[in-house]
Design a protein around this ligand. Structure first.
Ligand code: GLA
Length: 391
């Protein structure tokens, strides 16, 4: 009887979860999307509000030519700054005519023709952070418009979170609760009938990781990243304890990558290593058209991407942390374990940890070593070594 009930429940769940995707049932995820962390590009870290359709087209072309698309980077996302200052006479959002003279639907078609997907930005408040029209109170219309344009991904920000609120703060009682605002857009996107990945950008406020799995496919865990090692370390610490809330369909988002934006090559690799361990979305935030080959090579490392995208979807947990020397471990779908030795400090140091397996492959160098009961390495200052350990 108990068994039969369980089977019926499982079938029901399978139907509900599979509804949108046709893919294998996901362990979590309210819309069947983002079974692994989304990968793509977003203009904001490199361009701020200065986005144009030409930039998006050139970037899409570069993603194809450089192999980034084939490495898994699929979503090309237009951040804040794409809209005209006001809605039209019917209350519809419209793109800035100078920046997007051919409109968003044409751009979506361009991107789709290259095997990529289009993301766009809006805000769950009265204005976007850049002061353009927000979606609060317009959720159904805006979601339907995005779907009609062919948008595949929505990054949904949290500025001006109620009438009378400032960009990042509200007077007492003025904020419309975040959960309500994000639920309204979630429901509007579902009602639009188009599969649209929903990215919650509320900067880690209000314990968002605790509730967001039923509301979005990814949720920011912190304020905005900057292209500094200090920012990377701070965001890592704010995110690493939240792994239990994430899994297939819903991911912690420690913000977009700063790889290529001015940190050292080693720090760039450290960011990729940590983000892969955390099962974070990999959203490139650099000027790809002029990116150096070293940057492209780091971003396309297949071993790093495989760990980030591992289908088990279990983010790493901290095994030990002693005076800025951290060990992280993440189980993988094939029985391997990903192990990270991260030296946060400003001097090289040896880090040692019991080995979960027999052979350890250094994912960045390809070197294979027998792990005789332990993994030990001299890790440079600001470096993170990534091992794939076989039982
Ligand atoms: C907020 C977000 C950023 C970016 C800007 C755009 O700061 O957190 O990621 O979208 O708004 O104005």
């Amino acid at each position: 009887m108990v068994v039969r009930l369980a089977v019926v429940l499982a079938l029901l769940l399978g139907v509900l979860v599979g509804e949108h995707s046709g893919a294998a049932p996901l362990a979590r995820g309210y819309n069947g999307l983002a079974g692994t962390p989304p990968m793509g590009w977003n203009d904001y870290n490199a361009y701020g509000l200065d986005v144009t359709e030409e930039l998006v087209r050139e970037t899409a072309d570069t993603m194809v030519a450089s192999g980034l698309r084939d490495a898994g980077y699929r979503y090309v996302t237009i951040d804040d700054g794409w809209m005209a200052a006001t809605r039209d006479a019917h209350g519809k959002l419209r793109p800035d005519p100078a920046r997007f003279p051919h409109g968003i639907a044409a751009l979506a078609a361009y991107v789709h023709a290259r095997g990529l997907k289009l993301g766009i930005y809006e805000d769950a408040g009265v204005h976007t952070c850049g002061g353009l029209p927000g979606s609060l109170g317009h959720e159904r219309d805006d979601a339907a418009l995005f779907a009609a344009w062919g948008v595949d991904y929505l990054k949904y920000d949290n500025c001006y979170a109620g009438p009378g609120c400032a960009d990042h703060s509200c007077p007492d009682g003025a904020e419309v609760p975040a959960r309500d605002r994000y639920a309204r857009m979630r429901d509007a996107l579902l009602a639009s009938g188009r599969p649209i990945v929903f990215s919650i950008c509320s900067w880690g406020t209000g314990d968002v990781a605790r509730w967001a799995a039923g509301y979005g496919n990814l949720w920011r865990t912190t304020g905005d990243i900057t292209a500094t090692y200090a920012s990377l370390v701070s965001i890592f610490h704010q995110t690493v304890g939240l792994g239990g809330y994430a899994g297939p369909g819903g991911w912690n988002d420690p913000d977009m990558l700063e790889v290529g934006n001015g940190m050292t090559a080693l720090e760039d690799r450290t960011e990729l290593t940590l983000w892969a361990a955390l099962a974070a979305p990999l959203v490139i935030g650099t000027d790809l058209v002029h990116a150096r080959s070293e940057t492209i090579a780091a971003l396309t490392n297949p071993g790093v991407i495989a760990i980030d995208q591992d289908p088990l979807g279990r983010p790493a947990r901290l095994v030990s942390a002693t005076n800025g020397l951290d060990v992280l471990s993440r189980p993988l779908a094939d029985g391997d374990t990903a192990v990270v030795l991260f030296n946060e400090t400003d001097t090289a140091a040896t880090i040692t940890t019991p080995s979960p397996g027999h052979t350890a492959t250094d994912v960045w160098t390809g070197a294979v070593a027998t792990a005789n009961g332990e993994i030990r390495a001299n890790v440079p200052a600001h470096g993170a070594m990534l091992f794939r350990v076989r039982p």
